[in-house]
Design a binder for this molecule. Structure first.
Ligand SMILES: *Cc1c(COP(=O)(O)O)cnc(C)c1O
Length: 374
């Protein structure tokens, strides 16, 4: 067992592209090329004028098409990413009390944001150990149920089912959106940032909102509660209806999201995405199950993520050493989520990643493990 990272992986084993991170994720070369291509006719122009507003319109249309949004559902955009949306929801979506399913770093963070709000009751938090997920418990007095479709820190995907209760079902879909299908009837709000499965860039939040959610947003906005203007979901709704955002967005982010959406829709939407991600997942989990020193961290196969795969290793194989060696060979961002504290790799297997690259990654892992154990 060695811990030096001087192992050189033969070039013929390496993936065509070495980006396997869980966010920001691999951006397609076509997206970057086309962004450079439209260059000066788009970047550096006013977000209040047709050029940029038409791009926002393409994002909204692309999402309505991909999700087959029912009548009355709206695509709402704003600045601040998913983290910004948590604060916006704390002010503008939770009426009095929320329930949060906490099963990893991201799902816990929304609950922590809510816990500090003086205008709300302390949130109800239902926890489950990492590698599993809890289920919501319909309760009187809860007006918002906070679910996380894919817990990026652990690689667990939970089913998105509307909670049979009076409250809204609000889903953090940051790493699921674009990679895992969902039925819009099952949520009131499905929100995400574009730098995960969509292979875009950060800074923006997108929220698919049901008519009930829009009604809630408007009711709280006119209730007299103080809401910081930047975090107002009501202004996000009214600006989005005009294909704009409240303040200046990153124009490249909007272009990249529109580009990815149109690419995914052209490939066949979720039927195509799901098959591709399932194929990537089966290569990786299948490899881990067959390997004597590796195994999938999530023991229940039905909740293993098809976009963020977590693989545990038996000592003396070291996840940290594997990740460092891969990095030294240009294969980056396979490190595990630090706070989870496992002997693990976490690998992004997004729609932007072709199965051939996942096969190559597995060959690289075999090679490095063999060299290390020699
Ligand atoms: C990445 C991530 C976030 C945070 O997204 P930001 O754009 O950085 O705010 C929130 N939730 C989940 C599930 C994530 O994967």
């Amino acid at each position: 067992m060695t811990d030096d990272i001087s192992i050189r992986i033969p070039a013929n084993l390496l993936p065509a592209d070495g980006r396997f991170g869980c966010g920001p994720t691999r951006v397609r070369d076509e997206t970057l090329g086309d962004l450079a291509g439209i260059g000066s006719s788009y970047m550096g122009t006013s977000h209040r004028r047709t050029t940029v507003r038409a791009m926002v319109g393409r994002v909204r249309q692309g999402l309505a098409d991909l999700y087959d949004l029912p009548d009355g559902y709206e695509v709402v955009l704003g600045n601040g990413g998913a983290t910004g949306f948590w604060d916006a929801a704390t002010f503008g979506l939770i009426e009095r009390a929320s329930q949060h399913l906490a099963f990893g770093e991201f799902s816990s963070k929304f609950a922590r944001a809510v816990a500090g709000a003086p205008h709300l009751e302390p949130p109800q938090v239902i926890e489950a150990v990492p590698g599993t997920h809890p289920l919501p418990v319909p309760s009187d007095g809860i007006d918002l149920y906070a679910l996380t479709h894919n817990e990026t820190s652990t690689g667990v995907t939970m089913p998105v089912k509307r909670v049979e209760a009076a409250g809204l079902t609000v889903v953090d879909a940051t790493s699921a959106a674009g990679g895992i299908p969902v039925a819009p009837e099952e949520f009131d709000v499905y929100y995400f940032s574009p730098q995960k499965a969509f292979g875009g860039d950060g800074g923006l939040f997108v929220a698919l909102c049901s008519p009930r959610a829009i009604e809630r947003i408007e009711r709280i906005a006119t209730s007299g509660r103080w809401i910081p203007p930047f975090l107002s979901l009501s202004s996000a709704v009214s600006n989005s209806r005009k294909d704009q955002t409240y303040n200046t967005p990153a124009l490249a982010t909007i272009f990249m999201l529109a580009h990815s959406l149109e690419w995914i829709n052209q490939q066949g939407g979720f039927a195509w995405v799901s098959e591709r991600c399932a194929r990537n997942a089966s290569i990786l989990y299948g490899w881990a199950e067959a390997h004597p020193m590796a195994y999938p961290f999530v023991s229940d196969p039905s909740i293993r993520s098809q976009v963020t795969a977590t693989i545990d290793f038996e000592r003396p194989v070291s996840g940290d050493h594997l990740a460092a060696t891969l990095r030294a060979n240009g294969v980056v961002d396979t490190e595990s989520y630090r706070k989870l504290g496992r002997n693990q790799l976490r690998i992004g297997i997004w729609p932007t990643i072709p199965p051939s690259d996942v096969e190559a990654l597995v060959a690289c892992l075999d090679y490095v493990i063999e060299q290390t154990l020699d």
